[in-house]
Every structure is written in structure tokens, then in C-alpha cells.
Design a protein around this ligand. Structure first.
Ligand code: SAM
Ligand code: ZN
Length: 330
């Protein structure tokens, strides 16, 4: 069977039916629960696990996602991916250390059972960040800080941390937008991509070690349900000066108040449900020409309901991406 399908081979341990909440198992090219609710896996390795067709916003359309590639390639969000990767690697290194302390070798066989660290990108868009996490896990240069954990890669494509290659990672990404997930799955690979709603995450309770949630809505009840007790949320939210150049241009055109963006409500929302154990403010301002500015405008929610032609684009020569990276536990 093709990899696009077999990567869901462990479904029974992780996925749950979005209709009846029973475990889903791989059955030929579909995921199926005991009540015979069936979800087909596409030839690209994407499965839609929605209870019903999405009736959400169509603002996140193909156009929104396609312009993102140019923006990401220009490095406008590079500081965000670097901070995210550092946090994920740190989490894995901590898990590897904890594991080597708590589970000494089986002296008879000289080996230990493999443990899988599951990382889920909730609201993954077209998969930019999760793919970078995957590359970082493969790239020894990204991991030299953790050399004492002697990482190595398994033939299966899973990535292992830990002295005996006994800690592997399993990467999953989902989004409500089928267009986004279809773009994410382009090029194949080991990541399991699926279409799903944050409000009903099709994963079994306590199966996930790390949720990443970048510039996307959250559902803390669901995050708390699917995270293992030791699990972490890494959430990236806009900081006060995020996209300030466009916000100011929008205010100058009289289309919206310039009021500085405040993320305090979002942070309060997280703290009501989880324990924030770390926050990091990261900010970078990048020069843009008009072509890149137009790509950027097409991919930022700041421009939702705003007509770019009403803005004085000649006055904008740079854009600021200001973000807060928040790490939280249950
Ligand atoms: C601003 S985009 C961020 C995408 C990606 N994390 C990134 O930073 O490139 C917000 C994403 O949240 C997704 N989204 C919105 N509501 C959702 C929901 N209820 N369930 C899953 N995803 C949702 C959108 O489809 C969109 O891809
Ligand atoms: Zn079912």
C-alpha cells in the first residue's frame, strides 16, 4: 500500500471518529470506526475528518493560502519558525532526558520500547511551520545542541531522539480549510494531514505531547482533552506592533481605528485554561517592494474586509511581524 495511506497505520491508537467518538482504524484506503462511519484517504494522503461540511468563513480561501508561499520565502516570518523550532527541539530534548532517567535499558535485550512523541499543528494552514519542524528534526545541524542524545533517523521516516533511538516523533497537521490541507500535502512526506475542526478534534484523549497553534484560533477544552498530562501547547499570537504599517495605512484611509493591537484578552483566555510557563516576544521588520507587499496583504487577516486599492501603498516600504510565543502546560 502506498505511503500516503500506510502513514495512517497507527490510526487506532490516535484518531477518533468525529461523529461518534469511537476509535478510527485504517481499513484499506479509509479510516473507519466500529459504527462504520467511513472517511476516505485521498491519493495525496489527506483525510477529511469533519462531522459535516464546514460552514465556516470562506475568507481563508485558495487565494489566501497561495500568496503565503512568496511571503514565507522572503523570510518575513523566519524569526517565528526559528523560535518555534527551538521550542519543539527543547521539548524533545527534555523528553529524551526524562526518558533516559526513568526507563533504564532492559539489560537482557539491550533495548527499550520505542516511545512516540506526537506533535500536532492545530490550524496548520498550508503546512509551512510543520514542514519546517519536520526538516529540523531531520537536520543534524539543527540538533547539535542535543548531541548528548545522539539522535538518529529510522528507516520508517520517523525521527528519533534519545540515546538508543527510542524516542520517535509523529507529526500531524490539521485545518478547517480543505484547500489549505491539500496544499500542505503537496510533495508527500510523512506528516499526517487532515481536515478537521478545532472545536471537535478527531483525536483520542491524552494522545498528544505537543500542540502547536500559530496565528490560528484555539479551543482550550479540546487542547486539554487531547494533550497528555505532560503535554505542552506552543501558541504563537500577534504582538502589539504586528503588521503596524498596514494597520496605520488602514487607519489613515479611515477604514478602521488605528487603536494599537492588544493581545491581553488572548493571553487571559489561555491562562483561564492552562498554565503559561514561558513567553517570548519576537519581532522583525522586513523591507518589501510592492509585489511582496501585495502578496503579504493577500495572506494576512488584518486585510480581511479591506480593499487594498483604498490604501496608500506607496507609503509602505516594510512590514513588521511582531509575535508572542507562549508555552503552556495543563
Ligand atoms: C492566519 S491562518 C494561520 C495558518 C498557519 N498556522 C500559519 O501561521 O501559516 C489561520 C488558520 O486557522 C484555520 N482555522 C480557522 N478556524 C478553524 C477551525 N475551527 N478549525 C481548524 N482550523 C481553523 C484557518 O483555516 C487558517 O488556516
Ligand atoms: Zn463513528
Amino acid at each position: 500500500m502506498r505511503r500516503a495511506i500506510t502513514k495512517f497505520g497507527h490510526a487506532e491508537a490516535v484518531y477518533r471518529c468525529p461523529i461518534c467518538s469511537e476509535a478510527l482504524m485504517l481499513d484499506q484506503a479509509s479510516l473507519l470506526c466500529r459504527n462504520r462511519h467511513t472517511f476516505d484517504i485521498s491519493s495525496k494522503g489527506v483525510v477529511s475528518l469533519l462531522r459535516s461540511a464546514p460552514n465556516g468563513s470562506d475568507l481563508y480561501d485558495q487565494n489566501f493560502f497561495e500568496h503565503r508561499t512568496a511571503v514565507f520565502e522572503a523570510g518575513i516570518y523566519q524569526h517565528v519558525s526559528e523560535a518555534l523550532i527551538a521550542d519543539v527541539l527543547e521539548l524533545l530534548a527534555t523528553a529524551a532526558k526524562a526518558r533516559s532517567r526513568s526507563a533504564p535499558d532492559d539489560h537482557d535485550s539491550g533495548s527499550r520500547a520505542t516511545e512516540t512523541m506526537r506533535i500536532v499543528d492545530a490550524g496548520c494552514g498550508e503546512g509551512h511551520y510543520l514542514r519546517l519542524v519536520e526538516s529540523a528534526l531531520r537536520d543534524p545541524d539543527h540538533r547539535h545542541d542535543f548531541e548528548e542524545h545522539n539522535s538518529e533517523e529510522h528507516d520508517s521516516g520517523q525521527h528519533s531522539f534519545g540515546q538508543h533511538g527510542d524516542l520517535t516523533t509523529d507529526l500531524m497537521g490539521f485545518d478547517l480549510s480543505k484547500e489549505a490541507v491539500t496544499l500542505a500535502a503537496r510533495g508527500g512526506g510523512e506528516i499526517e494531514w487532515f481536515v478537521a475542526d478545532l472545536a471537535r478534534i478527531p483525536l483520542l484523549d491524552q494522545t498528544v505531547d505537543c500542540i502547536i497553534n500559530i496565528f490560528s484560533p484555539a479551543n482550550y477544552a479540546e487542547f486539554s482533552r487531547v494533550l497528555r498530562p505532560s503535554g505542552r501547547l506552543i501558541k504563537v499570537i500577534p504582538g502589539p506592533s504586528h503588521v503596524q504599517e498596514l494597520r496605520r495605512a488602514i487607519a489613515r484611509a479611515g477604514l478602521r481605528d488605528e487603536a494599537e493591537y492588544s493581545n491581553s484578552k488572548v493571553i487571559e483566555g489561555i491562562s483561564e485554561h492552562m498554565n503559561i510557563i514561558g513567553t517570548q516576544s519576537i519581532r522583525a521588520t522586513t523591507a518589501v517592494n510592492e509585489v511582496l507587499l501585495r502578496d503579504f496583504m493577500a495572506m494576512t487577516p488584518v486585510m480581511f474586509h479591506i480593499d487594498p486599492e483604498q490604501l496608500d501603498l506607496q507609503s509602505i516600504h516594510e512590514v513588521t511581524v511582531d509575535a508572542e510565543v507562549i508555552v503552556a502546560t495543563l
